[in-house]
Design a protein around this ligand. Structure first.
Ligand SMILES: Nc1nc2c(c(=O)[nH]1)N[C@H]1C(S)=C(S)[C@@H](COP(=O)(O)O)O[C@H]1N2
Ligand SMILES: [Mo]
Length: 524
């Protein structure tokens, strides 16, 4: 009888020597990692100056990947690049946790060391974030690692008990499952709590309390007929919550207007800085401007039109006094993004502004609260800095964020038409059907759109009222759809009489060109 030995093993509770199944060890490691991450996130939310370690790792990935990969990710995933990145980090963390669990099955110390090493990587990523407290970040990491290791120890001990309990497996299995559920609850509560504490909730309340001033120069109401209201056609103004979002910020910067300043610096006679209240007290304008991303494919949806409100850049530049040689306006965000464009553009275009309002509301957090730039006619990557922190006048030799990453120094928006109707992939019946879409050439306006069906002639589309040269224009063509497959092509002509080229180019380095084409199957 080996009864004494078994008792001895049971009493020691040593996970390292227990004959526990590999599956249980992996589960234990995964759950311990989740609980540890949850606690670290909670601590990061609670401690001043500690960034979320998970999001810091994400930021490090974004900063570290080569430009072509970052471009490819945006091209393939568009606005869902961030959820996909976070899901990937979760998967990798789960795999690492499971691996640590398997290591701990042989030797507990090995698993514990794995936890500490991975946490150290997270802390390292956190420490390179702007404005961190080293102490708070390390404490968040230590708490996470400590909880992870402790939970791992307890789960493995429970799993070992379960493995040894031939007589009454039910109770011991329940013991493991209860602990497992507890670890999962810690993970979820920590993650959610950390996110709430990180300030997003509080900022939403601050933003909701802000009233936009009446613009000194309001934009005219859109003329009747500027929106054709055809089902499936993009509305003239895209609602804030539907507006495309592109940026390098994994975590939307939570900028409290009370702590915010806008610096106007560089090659100017009198540098100055403004508080949010001072900016809001300056005379404001309203303008309807279509914003487009250079990564937008022909026919893509990284483009939108909104009514923006803010202070003209020209007013800020006049106050600062632009010096000779200040050929570039370089804007910077609170999270270190930069974008630059010719100073003359800001002086020439009265609609170029520091925007504080979007479609009648204070800027949404995702779109740059409390202030961003909006410059008609330029792609966002050279101009539309969100969470704006400074405007620096420089020479042309300084480059914004995307220029060394393979994008053109100058980014004028190319003339484009897009076909929205017939809606891709939706069944279509023979008979009278509209073909409809939008076309944009900000600062130049749209003079015409033509549509070609199969190999037929180019037919002029009916244009909606032009709201403004800076914003897109809807168009449609009535069509007698005949059964079978059809190819529909469109092209726009801008206000200068220049026709959209049919030459196809990729989005890099300066924006896609070519005609939008859709294929439709008309039912007989
Ligand atoms: N701070 C910051 N501002 C930014 C970016 C960014 O990565 N960070 N991306 C720019 C790009 S590439 C585009 S196309 C526009 C998109 O603005 P939106 O997200 O409000 O549509 O924001 C611009 N402003
Ligand atoms: Mo962009």
């Amino acid at each position: 009888m080996s009864q004494p030995a078994a008792t001895e093993e049971r009493r020691s509770g040593s996970a390292g020597t227990a004959p526990l199944p590999a599956g249980r060890a992996a589960q234990s490691g995964l759950l311990a990692a989740a609980a540890g991450i949850g606690v670290a996130e909670l601590a990061a939310g609670a401690l001043d100056g500690a960034p979320s370690l998970v999001l810091s790792v994400g930021d490090a990935v974004i900063d570290g990947v080569p430009g072509w990969l970052e471009r490819a990710a945006i091209a393939a995933l568009g606005s869902s690049d961030k959820p996909v990145l976070l899901a990937s980090i979760a998967l990798v963390a789960a795999a690492l946790g499971a691996g640590a669990g398997l290591l701990a099955r042989y030797r507990f110390a090995l698993g514990a060391v794995a936890f500490v090493l991975v946490t150290a990587l997270g802390v390292a990523a956190g420490l390179v974030t702007a404005d961190v407290s080293v102490l708070a970040t390390v404490v968040a990491g230590l708490l996470g690692a400590a909880v992870g290791v402790a939970v791992l120890h307890r789960l493995l001990a429970a799993a070992a008990r379960e493995a040894r309990a031939d007589d009454s497996p039910g109770t011991d299995r329940r013991g493991f499952l209860l602990l497992a559920a507890g670890a999962a609850a810690v993970a979820v509560a920590g993650g959610v709590g950390g996110w709430l504490l990180a300030g997003r909730e509080r900022l939403d309340a601050v933003r909701a309390a802000i009233r936009l001033p009446r613009p000194a120069r309001p934009a005219p109401a859109p003329p009747a007929g500027a929106d054709l209201e055809i089902p499936g056609l993009t509305p003239l103004y895209v609602a804030n919550e539907d507006f495309y979002r592109i940026d390098t910020a994994l975590r939307v910067p939570a900028v409290d207007p009370a702590d915010w300043r806008l610096e106007v610096t560089g090659l100017v006679d009198e540098p100055f800085s403004l508080t949010y209240d001072e900016l809001m007290a300056m005379p404001q304008i309203e303008a309807d401007v279509t914003l487009a991303c250079v990564s937008n494919e022909v026919g893509g949806d990284l483009v939108g039109n909104a009514r923006w409100q803010g202070v003209p850049l020209r007013a800020l530049l006049e106050r600062a006094g632009v010096q000779r040689g200040a050929t570039q306006l370089l804007s910077r965000s609170v999270d270190g993004f930069t974008a630059g464009f010719p100073t003359v553009t800001a002086l020439d275009l009265e609609e170029a502004m520091v925007a504080v309002g979007m479609n009648g509301e204070p800027l949404p957090a995702e779109h740059g609260f409390p202030a961003r730039l909006v410059v008609p006619g330029l792609y966002g990557y050279v101009s539309a800095t969100k969470w704006l922190s400074s405007i620096e006048l420089t020479g042309w030799d300084v480059d914004g964020y995307w220029v060394p990453r393979g994008w053109a120094k100058e980014g004028p928006v190319k003339t484009q038409a897009r076909i929205d109707v017939p809606v891709r992939g939706r069944a279509l019946e023979a008979g009278r059907q509209p073909i409809a879409g939008v076309a944009w050439a900000p600062t130049r306006g749209i003079e015409g759109v033509e549509v070609r069906i199969d190999d037929g002639p180019w037919q002029p589309a009916v244009l909606a009222e032009q709201l403004d040269v800076d914003c897109w224009r809807q168009w449609y063509l009535p069509w007698d759809a005949t059964p079978g497959r059809h190819v529909i092509t469109a092209r726009a002509t801008d206000g200068a009489g220049e026709r959209q080229t049919d030459e196809r180019t990729p989005v890099a380095p300066d924006g896609a060109s070519g005609h939008p084409v859709i294929e439709v199957d008309v039912e007989g």
